[in-house]
Design a protein around this ligand. Structure first.
Ligand code: DAH
Length: 342
């Protein structure tokens, strides 16, 4: 029996010689050491031997089994290691690029302005895009029969109020949040309201039915137009990273008195005149004014104690100027060739 064991052992060692494949190794293990393996069978027969013979052969058989087991483990480890080195990762290779989304340029400008206004103590508010006629017009001093309603081409919505009237509009500006904010927070108040607005426009490179504005409102005792201009200058410095030349003209908006238009020297031609500024050298950027006493009243604020200023900044317009975008339709186009540039 001892000879038989030695024979099998040699057979196994020979088979293991120069082995390179894990599967072949597993096959050899099964053939000799598996349940029906030839070495296993012989080891079982040891139990049938008698006396000293069983002790001596038993020990020899067990030693052989252990020796072969160790050899097998050694080979398994070696094969594992060589496979690990085959899948070596070169960390100096450039990685796979992970695609990330981008912010729309309007959002970029909006975020910058929110930070700027927060640093001046303003809170950021929003309001409904589907707005009542009351907040969009009435409470801003634009009654139903007022010709100023013609200034904004409006989408009315097919929803009736309790009295059976159609009085819901897609808000045409962010100004309705002025009165909502006054009613909610009272005075003193400092807020900006970024948001989407809607106009029933004929669409071209300069007109969209959906665009973004940022409303600003500051109410306190002794607020004057000087405060308005100071904040506007701070705002422009934040946007353009330097002082820009401005001019103030009178402007008409029913919810402010006086109303102004703040223009800036054209950033494209430097004031010489070009198509972007309609050859005037100036760009209309910020309509603003001192909040009309009637609007303060609609907001529940005593106009004998408090005054305030308001402005309405065209965020989309600003993004166009900042990035030199010449077609407003690109913003909502969803065109990745455009969006991926920011
Ligand atoms: N809401 C006006 C518009 O969309 C812009 C505006 C003008 C807002 C004057 C203001 C303001 O707050 O004071 O045309």
């Amino acid at each position: 029996m001892k000879n038989e064991i030695i024979k099998i052992k040699n057979e196994i060692l020979e088979a293991l010689n120069g082995i390179k494949d894990e599967q072949v190794l597993a096959g050899i293990e099964k053939k000799y050491l598996g349940r029906k393996g030839s070495l296993t069978k012989i080891l079982r027969q040891v139990a049938d031997l008698s006396g000293d013979n069983r002790k001596i052969i038993g020990k020899f058989a067990n030693d052989t089994k252990r020796e072969i087991g160790e050899k097998l483990n050694e080979l398994k480890k070696a094969l594992d290691n060589s496979q690990a080195s085959d899948s070596f990762i070169d960390v100096t290779l450039p990685g796979k690029k992970i695609e990330t989304g981008r912010l729309n340029p309007v959002s970029i400008v909006q975020n910058e302005l929110e930070d700027l206004f927060k640093s001046m103590g303003f809170i950021i508010l929003d309001g409904p895009e589907l707005e009542s006629d009351y907040y969009n017009f009435e409470a801003l001093n634009i009654p139903a029969t007022h010709p100023a309603r013609d200034m904004q081409d409006t989408f009315y919505v097919d929803i009736k109020n309790k009295k059976g009237e159609y009085d819901t509009v897609m808000r045409t500006h962010t100004s309705p949040v002025q009165v909502r904010a006054m009613q909610k927070y009272g005075a003193p108040l400092r807020c900006v309201v970024p948001g989407r607005v809607f106009r029933s426009e004929a669409i071209d490179a300069c007109h969209e039915h959906t665009f973004d504005q940022m409303e600003g409102l500051m109410i306190d005792e002794n607020i004057s137009i000087a405060n308005l201009i100071a904040v506007m200058k701070e705002l422009l410095k934040g946007i353009f990273g330097q002082e820009v030349e401005t001019r103030v003209r009178p402007g008409y908006f029913p919810f402010v008195e006086p109303g102004i238009e703040l223009d800036i020297k054209c950033t494209i031609c430097g004031g010489k005149g070009c198509p972007a500024c309609k050859h005037s050298g100036w760009l209309e950027l910020l309509p603003a004014g001192m909040v009309h006493p009637s609007v303060l009243k609609f907001g529940g604020i005593d106009s004998k104690i408090y005054t305030g200023f308001a402005f309405g900044l065209g965020l989309t317009r600003l993004a166009m100027m900042k990035y030199g975008i010449d077609d407003i339709r690109l913003f909502n186009s969803g065109d990745l060739r455009f969006l991926e540039q920011f």
